[in-house]
Design a binder for this molecule. Structure first.
Ligand SMILES: CC(C)(COP(=O)(O)OP(=O)(O)OC[C@H]1O[C@@H](n2cnc3c(N)ncnc32)[C@H](O)[C@@H]1OP(=O)(O)O)[C@@H](O)C(=O)NCCC(=O)NCCS
Length: 148
């Protein structure tokens, strides 16, 4: 963290996750209850990002041996485009280390996430056609991978 007011906190249990409701009011990804249940799995590694007493982001990984997958990444809607997503992802990748690869999938229409992941060095490795449901039909999932 290069901004002293930002703090990265590990998410360990449902009590920690209950502080994240403000992040997940309009989520199109996995819901907070699904993610909270996932915290009981030993493969789950998750962190929240705080600016003083306000939670501004959260990231959730599944790690099996030295390979990890991002299950979700979310920045508070009112705080986007201030560099929090980048700092949260960079700090959590460091905290997750050592890993040999990190995979994810993202909606093809999600320009913000695609921009962030590309900026951090994730590369497109494939597509799942018509994978996600949208209001108007379906859209592709883009698969991306990061290696240290
Ligand atoms: C994706 C998300 C986490 C980005 O968080 P953020 O804090 O706004 O991102 P940052 O401010 O750290 O942006 C870092 C870089 O990502 C890219 N980026 C971020 N938002 C972008 C946007 N709306 N359009 C295009 N590029 C964008 C840019 O390259 C940006 O660098 P720059 O500001 O120097 O140009 C946030 O938009 C979000 O929570 N979206 C809803 C949940 C979601 O879609 N999660 C991803 C699931 S796969």
């Amino acid at each position: 963290m290069n901004e002293t007011a930002l703090i990265l906190r590990p998410l360990n249990d449902a009590c920690d996750a209950s502080a994240l409701k403000s992040l997940y009011t309009e989520s199109t990804g996995p819901g907070l209850s699904f993610l909270t249940n996932f915290l009981t799995q030993p493969t789950c590694h998750a962190w929240s990002l705080w600016r003083e007493d306000v939670v501004v982001g959260a990231v959730w990984f599944q790690r099996v041996e030295d390979a990890a997958e991002i299950l979700d990444l979310c920045v508070l809607a009112s705080c986007r485009r201030r560099g929090y997503g980048r700092q949260l992802l960079e700090a959590s990748l460091q905290a997750l280390a050592p890993v040999t690869r990190v995979d994810l999938e993202v909606r093809a229409s999600n320009e913000a996430a695609l921009g962030l992941y590309s900026a951090l060095g994730f590369c497109e490795t494939g597509r799942r056609p018509h994978y996600y449901v949208t209001q108007g039909g379906r859209e592709d999932a883009i698969l991306m991978t990061w290696t240290p």
